[in-house]
Design a protein around this ligand. Structure first.
Ligand SMILES: [Zn+2]
Length: 454
């Protein structure tokens, strides 16, 4: 009996070692492919150079979707189709901010409007500027001080956060909620210090939330924010002129793009990967989020080329409109719900194409544990952590349907230097880092499909 137990034990160990070797070999094939091919890189080059400024409602956003559709068709995906939906949109043609000192010449600042800022009159809005560091300060100063002024939010990014997404989270309320708060207290316009740790002349735009009272809102570069602050120290009654030429588009027809490889055993169970194709109006959107689109799309190419026998359906979704109204993710989840589709897991890549670092999971503890057990397979390729955490904006609405969510995470140190600015260009993309990302995401999807998450 004792001998039998030992024999059985040895058989089990050998089988599991053989299974591990087999996996190691398969995963090496995935990375060999990802690192020697450049399709994702070339796709990203196209998006950045031929279809930059891809805000929802723009011609380039549709051109980009069409390009990716042709790419999936050429790959020989089992099905490729567009999900049409309607959404409000917005466009911005130009904006400017001038400091008008009491003595000396007016100075023009580096500016981009926040979305969806209303337009100013043709002649702009001219008023005294009041500098604040927080939304609370606006409340404390009250209507008496704020009314009729241009509120200038100038709290600096705190560089002490190790992960820059936390630094962003700490500073972004000034942009996301600042204009709404200032409007409540009678301000006529808002200027926001760009939400970035970089010190340069690039303005960083982004979304701002409005309730009923919409006032024009713009971001200025960090160097210009310092300049304006110094000017206010010298002359506290300094005025500024804010000009925005923008337009609300009540409704536009747009699309998410869907491409898939059918599952061989459980085709009705869908594993979805994706990123968002739209970018702000001021940027080629290389890291945010052209990179996410091309890396997740590359999963289908890798699976096709390596003839991987996926049990479940692997679906790539190219989401429209993450930036302005998040309408693509909402429309997608609604379709999933209406069609009664079973989504097994959803992964989003929207953190740039820097060195791979982690996967974070928004799901039950048990599911997180199952996925975290894949870490030894990904460690040799740069993934340090698989843990509970953030899922994604586009896949967020799937949470309600009980779908486990996962985000691909990179080394975040440089991401916010470029984020939402004209600085987010293709030359900031490192070929190897991007292709490693393709390998990491494809491997994760391969493991999720093969071993399951529940
Ligand atoms: Zn993004």
């Amino acid at each position: 009996m004792k001998h039998l137990t030992i024999a059985l034990f040895l058989v089990l160990i050998t089988t599991s070692i053989r299974a591990q070797d087999e996996e190691t070999t398969q995963i090496k094939l995935i990375f060999d492919n990802a690192l020697t091919r450049q399709e994702a890189y070339h796709n990203l080059e196209y998006l950045c150079t031929e279809a930059p400024d891809r805000l929802v409602g723009s011609e380039n956003s549709l051109k980009a979707i069409e390009y990716m559709k042709q790419y999936f068709n050429a790959l020989g995906a089992d099905s490729v189709y567009l999900q049409e939906f309607h959404t409000p949109a917005w466009k911005c043609d130009s904006s400017s901010v001038w400091i008008i000192p009491q003595s000396g010449k007016p100075v023009m600042l580096h500016t981009d409007a926040l979305g969806p800022s209303p337009a100013t009159p043709m002649e702009g809005i001219m008023a005294e500027v009041i500098e604040v560091k927080s939304l609370d300060e606006v409340e404390k100063l009250g209507k008496e001080v704020i009314s009729g002024k241009i509120v200038f939010y100038n709290r600096k990014w705190n560089p002490a956060f190790i992960r820059t997404f936390e630094g962003y989270g700490d500073a972004v309320d000034q942009r996301a909620r600042g204009p709404e708060k200032a409007a409540e207290y009678g301000a006529v316009a808002v200027i926001v210090r760009s939400v970035t740790n970089s010190t340069d002349h690039f303005p960083h735009t982004g979304n701002t939330h409005y309730s009923n009272n919409k006032i024009p809102a713009v971001a200025i570069s960090t160097l210009d924010a310092d300049l304006l602050s110094e000017q206010l120290q010298k002359e506290p009654k300094t005025t500024a002129k804010v000009y925005v030429d923008s337009e609300d588009i009540p409704e536009t027809i747009t699309y998410n793009l869907i491409a898939e490889i059918k599952g061989k055993e459980k085709p009705e169970e869908i594993i979805v990967v994706g990123g968002h194709i739209d970018s702000w109006f001021n940027t080629p959107g290389a890291h945010d989020d052209g990179a996410g689109v091309v890396m997740t799309s590359d999963v289908l190419r890798i699976f096709k080329e390596l003839n991987i026998n996926n049990k479940r359906t692997i679906r790539a979704v190219v989401y429209m409109d993450e930036e302005l109204y998040q309408s693509g993710g909402k429309a997608y989840a609604l379709m999933v719900k209406n069609n009664g589709e079973k989504h097994y897991l959803a992964l989003e890549a929207d953190a740039g194409a820097f060195t791979p670092r982690m996967f974070t999971i928004n799901a039950s503890e048990e599911t997180v544990g199952r996925i975290a057990a894949f870490l030894p397979y990904l460690k040799p390729y740069g993934i340090d952590e698989i843990k509970a955490g953030w899922g994604g904006v586009d896949i967020g609405p799937l949470k309600e349907l009980g779908v486990p969510l996962m985000a691909y995470g990179t080394d975040s140190q440089r991401y916010f230097d470029m984020h939402h600015s004209a600085n987010d260009t293709f030359d900031k993309i490192n070929l190897r880092e991007l292709q490693l990302g393709c390998g990491c995401i494809a491997t994760m999807i391969y493991l999720v499909d093969k071993y399951g998450v529940e």
